[in-house]
Design a protein around this ligand. Structure first.
Ligand SMILES: C[S@@+](CC[C@H](N)C(=O)[O-])C[C@H]1O[C@@H](n2cnc3c(N)ncnc32)[C@H](O)[C@@H]1O
Ligand code: SF4
Ligand code: SF4
Length: 320
C-alpha cells in the first residue's frame, strides 16, 4: 500500500453525510446517541508511531513532530500489546505501517518489525521514512526488511539526500520501495537550511498542505465520523489505539503550545484493558470527541491551495 493511502485512504462508507454545526460538546451529545452513528471499521491494520520526534522539521508536519519530545514505542510494550491482539483475534492478519516522526530513529525498530513478522507473518508491512538515516542502518535491519517482505515508502523532500544508497540496498537485499516526492520549486540545504536553488523543480509528486485545528472545539465531530477522509487511520502509540493520526500525535501540539484541548478516555483505547476484540472494533467504529478540535483534514481535501514546503518555525499558525 502506498504511503499516502495511510494518511488519506480511509474507506468512505458514508461519504456525503453531513450535519449542521454545533457550538459545544454537550449540545451535540444531547442530540445524538453515538451508537446511532456506527460505521464498521474493525481492526485490520495499525500505523505504529514508532517515534514521535524527527530529524527533519517540516512546517505543518501532520504529526507535529517538530514540537515533539523524544518518545519511542519500546520493543517490550509493542510485544506485549501485539501478543494480546493476537490472543484476542488469532485469525486476523494485522497490517502495519511503521511511521513517526522518523521511525528510523527508534533503536528497537528491527526487533519491533521482527515481532510483527513473528505474530502476523502474512500481513502487509510498510515503513514510511524521510530516508535520512538509511545509510546508517545495520545489516540486521536490512535482513528483517527483506524477510518481512516490507514495502519501503520514502518521502523525497527537497533537501540534500543520497538516494543511491537505497537503490544499492534494494538490489542487495531485494526489497520493494517507492518514493513520494514533495512538490516544491525550491531546493533547500539540510545542513544550512538555506534555499540553494530557486529553479529546482519536481514534475511529479504530492502537494504539501495543512491540517487545520480548531482551538475552540466547535466542529461537529459526529458528522466528521462519516466525511473525513482521514478517519480510520488507526494509530498505535503509548500502549493505546487511536482512530486517527491527529488523535495519536496531538499531545505534542498541546504540550508545546500549552493549549486546552482535552484528550478524554473516549478518544483512545488501552490494549492492556481490553478483554474482547469487539471492544476495539466498536471503539474504531464510533465518533470521537477529539474531532471537535480538528477543522478539516488537509486543506487541499476541501479545495484549498497547496502550500510551499519549508522548515518549521514552530509557530502555532502552521497548524491553525
Ligand atoms: C508524517 S510522515 C512520517 C514519516 C516520515 N517522517 C516521512 O516524512 O516520510 C508520513 C507522511 O506524511 C506526509 N506529510 C506530513 N505532513 C504533511 C503535510 N503537511 N502535507 C502533506 N503531507 C504531509 C509526509 O510527507 C510523509 O509522506
Ligand atoms: S513530515 Fe517531516 S517533520 Fe514530519 S515526521 Fe516526516 S520528515 Fe519529520
Ligand atoms: S481528527 Fe481531524 S483528521 Fe482526524 S478523523 Fe477527526 S476530523 Fe478527521
Amino acid at each position: 500500500m502506498k504511503r499516502r493511502d495511510f494518511l488519506c485512504g480511509a474507506s468512505c462508507l458514508f461519504a456525503g453525510f453531513a450535519l449542521g454545526h454545533f457550538s459545544n460538546k454537550n449540545k451535540q451529545e444531547n442530540l445524538f446517541k453515538k451508537e446511532d452513528f456506527y460505521e464498521i471499521n474493525g481492526l485490520g491494520g495499525l500505523t505504529v508511531a514508532v517515534s514521535s520526534h524527527c530529524n527533519l522539521n517540516c512546517k505543518n508536519c501532520d504529526v507535529y513532530a517538530p514540537l515533539a519530545k523524544e518518545e519511542f514505542v519500546t520493543y517490550e510494550q509493542f510485544s506485549k500489546d501485539m501478543e494480546k491482539i493476537k490472543e484476542l483475534a488469532p485469525d486476523r492478519e494485522i497490517s502495519f505501517a511503521f511511521m513517526g516522526g522518523e521511525p528510523l530513529l527508534n533503536p528497537d525498530l528491527t526487533k519491533i518489525i521482527n515481532k510483527s513478522v513473528e505474530l502476523f507473518p502474512n500481513s502487509e508491512k510498510t515503513i514510511l521514512t524521510n530516508g535520512i538515516l538509511l545509510d546508517k542502518m545495520s545489516d540486521d535491519f536490512w535482513d528483517v526488511v527483506k524477510t518481512s517482505n516490507m514495502d519501503f515508502g520514502i518521502t523525497k523532500y527537497p533537501v540534500d539526500f543520497n538516494m543511491e544508497v537505497i537503490e544499492e540496498k534494494a538490489k542487495k537485499y531485494g526489497f520493494k520501495y517507492h518514493y513520494d516526492i514533495v512538490k516544491s520549486n525550491k531546493l533547500y540545504s539540510l545542513k544550512t537550511r538555506e534555499v540553494i536553488d530557486e529553479n529546482y523543480n519536481e514534475t511529479e509528486g504530492f502537494d504539501w498542505s495543512q491540517n487545520i485545528l480548531d482551538l475552540k472545539g466547535t466542529q461537529n465531530y459526529i458528522a466528521k465520523r462519516f466525511t473525513c477522509p482521514h478517519r480510520g487511520i488507526n494509530v498505535y502509540a503509548r500502549g493505546n489505539i487511536y482512530y486517527c493520526y491527529v488523535h495519536a500525535y496531538i499531545k505534542a501540539f498541546i504540550e508545546y503550545f500549552k493549549v486546552d484541548i482535552p484528550i478524554t478516555k473516549e478518544d483512545y483505547i488501552k490494549i492492556a484493558d481490553v478483554n474482547d476484540i469487539k471492544e476495539i472494533d466498536d471503539f474504531l467504529s464510533t465518533p470521537k470527541p477529539l474531532c471537535r478540535y480538528c477543522k478539516q483534514c488537509h486543506n487541499t481535501c476541501y479545495g484549498g491551495e497547496p502550500l510551499e514546503w519549508g522548515f518549521s518555525k514552530r509557530e502555532i499558525t502552521e497548524w491553525t
